[in-house]
Design a binder for this molecule. Structure first.
Ligand code: SF4
Ligand code: SF4
Length: 181
């Protein structure tokens, strides 16, 4: 077996591991839901002084291990909110009028925010690459928001994201160990 064959085998095994991890995520996050909710409630009341630093460290360590191209579960199952600035930028990229872009790809959700008409996202390729990566929505760039400042203000959102994003799940579990759950 040549070097290329071995690396293909390793890549195949990693992809299968990620598929299994994603499949288990709804159940695992459900099992941890009450504990995580309590942990976040405590965090909201009282945060360590260096919370931003801790989150940055945990986020970076997790994304050194996690390859989003083997996952794309966020793009396949939820998709982002589109701000007006996102719509302007992306429609310009397609040389389309913003209204034409909206009619082709977006709808209002129950909060009157623009979201995708359907998932998986129309801009996601079969290889899990984003075809509008350079101009993608801000929410896509920031997902899963685990390195955002004042993370304790994003805990309700994160409670949802841990059921979608294996990296967010691992980061929250690592937080509980580090800060004390
Ligand atoms: S951000 Fe999370 S859900 Fe999205 S591709 Fe990366 S690991 Fe998967
Ligand atoms: S725009 Fe790109 S990054 Fe955002 S959901 Fe679609 S494929 Fe994923």
């Amino acid at each position: 077996m040549g070097f290329l064959d071995i690396s293909c085998l390793v890549l195949g095994l990693k992809s299968r591991k990620m598929v299994a991890e994603i499949a288990q995520l709804p159940q695992k996050s459900k099992e941890n839901y009450v504990e995580t909710k309590k942990f976040f409630a405590k965090l909201k009341k009282r945060q360590p002084k260096n919370l931003d630093y801790i989150m940055q460290e945990l986020h970076e360590a997790e994304f050194e291990r996690t390859d989003c191209l083997k996952c794309a579960n966020c793009c396949k199952t939820t998709g982002p909110l589109f701000t007006n600035a996102d719509i302007e930028r992306i429609s310009k990229h397609f040389r389309q009028k913003p209204q034409a872009f909206i009619e082709q790809y977006l709808r209002f959700d129950e909060d009157k925010d623009y979201v995708l008409q359907q998932v998986p996202c129309a801009f996601l390729g079969a290889d899990n690459y984003c075809s509008i990566y350079e101009v993608r929505p801000k929410a896509c760039r920031e997902f899963p928001h685990t390195d955002r400042k004042k993370f304790h203000q994003l805990t309700n959102l994160t409670l949802k994201n841990v059921a979608i994003c294996p990296a967010a799940f691992n980061i929250v579990e690592a937080m509980k160990k580090r800060i004390g759950g």
